[in-house]
Design a protein around this ligand. Structure first.
Ligand code: NAI
Length: 250
């Protein structure tokens, strides 16, 4: 794990229950940050938080659907109060797929993906940014995807949402830079999580043959990139889009 000292920093991670989000929450806690973990499944989120705490980290669970603007505002209020009105690091990781060829995508499949991946990123960022501005320090890290950069058959809704996250990140980096708040995005390639576990084996082999590194990524690979952006030493790095894909697309 990348060695970054985040002692005294408070972090919020959405979709922290499993996969990449859980990997990020664990890495931030290991680096000394106190982590507010947002998820939708209470039992599973509590278990993940308990694992971080058992490992000596500081973390707390918050149940919230990031696609619900009002719920996000209320949860943010609670987190801000619980964390002594100091939120330093925000990782917008919650995301879903509803893969289908574009001509067959239903309104519901389109809206679900945009609501969670793009609207959710906006709602959560807006809910915490005032606190960061007051503190004159912040690190916002949005999890996009290589699908948002190069597109991917069957993912018109998903790639549109992830490309939206990139545009959003670039704009807020400009709006917030004068308050010492950076905003960057990470584009993971194929990462071994529940999200990709559903892909059929033959398709996985095709993907693998296109990854120069010869393996799928891990949540830890993404967490290391998050730690870099979260570091107090990365204060001059903002508006960047970092691809973490084992050399797949560039
Ligand atoms: P996952 O499906 O294993 O985990 C997603 C997490 O987001 C879960 O904890 C889930 O509870 C949470 N979540 C979903 N909808 C939510 C909502 N409405 N409100 C709050 N939390 C919600 O997925 P994975 O693979 O860990 O993905 C994490 C992020 O990384 C996502 O944004 C995904 O799009 C992105 N990503 C993943 C890649 C992969 O290969 N696994 C590749 C590129 C990007």
């Amino acid at each position: 794990m990348l060695q970054v000292d985040l002692t005294g920093k408070n972090a919020v991670v959405t979709g922290a229950t499993r996969g990449i989000g859980f990997g990020i929450a664990k890495a931030l806690a290991k680096s000394g940050a106190s982590v507010a973990c947002i998820g939708t499944n209470e039992e599973k989120l509590n278990a993940s938080v308990a694992e971080i705490v058992a490992d000596g980290g500081s973390a707390k669970a918050y149940i919230c659907n990031v696609a619900d603007s009002e719920a996000v505002a209320k949860t943010a209020e609670t987190i801000i109060a619980d964390f002594n009105k100091k939120v330093d690091i925000l990782v917008n990781n919650a995301g879903i797929t509803r893969d289908m060829l574009m001509r067959r995508i239903t309104d519901e499949q389109w809206n679900d993906v945009i609501s969670v991946n793009l609207n959710g990123t906006f709602y959560v960022t807006r809910a915490f940014v005032e606190q960061m501005r007051r503190g004159k320090w912040g690190r916002i890290i949005n999890i996009s995807s290589i699908s948002g950069l190069i597109g991917n058959k069957g993912q018109a809704n998903y790639s549109a949402s992830k490309a939206g996250v990139i545009g959003f990140t670039r704009t807020i980096s400009k709006e917030l830079a004068n308050r010492n708040i950076t905003a960057n995005a990470i584009c993971p390639g194929f990462i071994d999580t529940d999200m990709t576990a559903v892909l059929d084996e033959a398709y996985k082999q095709v993907i693998l043959s296109n990854i120069p590194a010869g393996r799928m990524g891990t949540p830890e690979d993404i967490a290391n990139a998050v730690l870099f952006f979260a570091s107090p030493d990365s204060s001059f790095v903002t508006g960047q889009i970092l691809t973490v894909d084992g050399g797949m697309i560039f």
